[in-house]
Design a protein around this ligand. Sequence first.
Ligand code: SAM
Length: 240
Amino acid sequence: MRIDVVTIFPEYLAPLELSLAGRAREKGLVDIRVHDLRGWTHDRHRTVDDTPYGGGAGMVMKPEPWGEAFDELLAEGPATVVFTTPSGRPFTQAVARDLATRERIVFACGRYEGIDQRVVDEVATRAEVCEVSLGDYVLNGGEVAALAITEAVVRLLPGFMGNAASLVEESHEDGLLEYPVFTKPASWRGHDVPPVLLSGDHAAIAAWRHDQAVRRTAQRRPDLVAASTLMDDVEIGPAE
Ligand code: SAM
């Protein structure tokens, strides 16, 4: 997979160059390229923003540098363009799975009051466009969203995780939150690991984990319960 990130703060994406991208690059799974939007400006001040039509607070990202950025990047081949915006589709594990099937993603990181809407509309005429929100809160810029989405997507690429089974069991993969996990020692500061996990009885362990996942989901994320078909066989009560 190739990932391009367009931003006015390329250094913000440094973590991608280090750990995650390093590991995925070593494996030849991903090619990540970070671009400075100001490279597509032509004035002395490398201006990327201007005042909003209609008035109001803040500045809006100008269409011209974005247009030139997409002219150049999309000329290199087709891509799914992800505009990070609080008005977008909420980012979920399902969206991550979907994006992980793409050959190439280009992230457009907004700043100020966002990007001139015509950029999104124009790019949609020549590429698949996905407007994605990291959550119902407002960040200063799209870089953190691009980082989070990239990390969630890249770890789903076949061959990235040593143990593919650990992906399947994770929170949100089956519509449930993950069951609680424990490691050695069996007793720590008066807190014991649930005895079933020490039993060696794989069927009992699987049943306990499923039960815990259902209880945890019902208690912490009742909004997920209705959507899950895995809740049927467990009566929800207090967690054990
Ligand atoms: N005025 C915009 C609004 O109310 O929707 C918010 C602009 S925000 C200060 C600047 C940029 O940060 C946005 O263009 C977007 O790229 C990014 N951003 C902020 N919150 C985000 C979120 N929840 N998810 C994804 N991107 C976000």
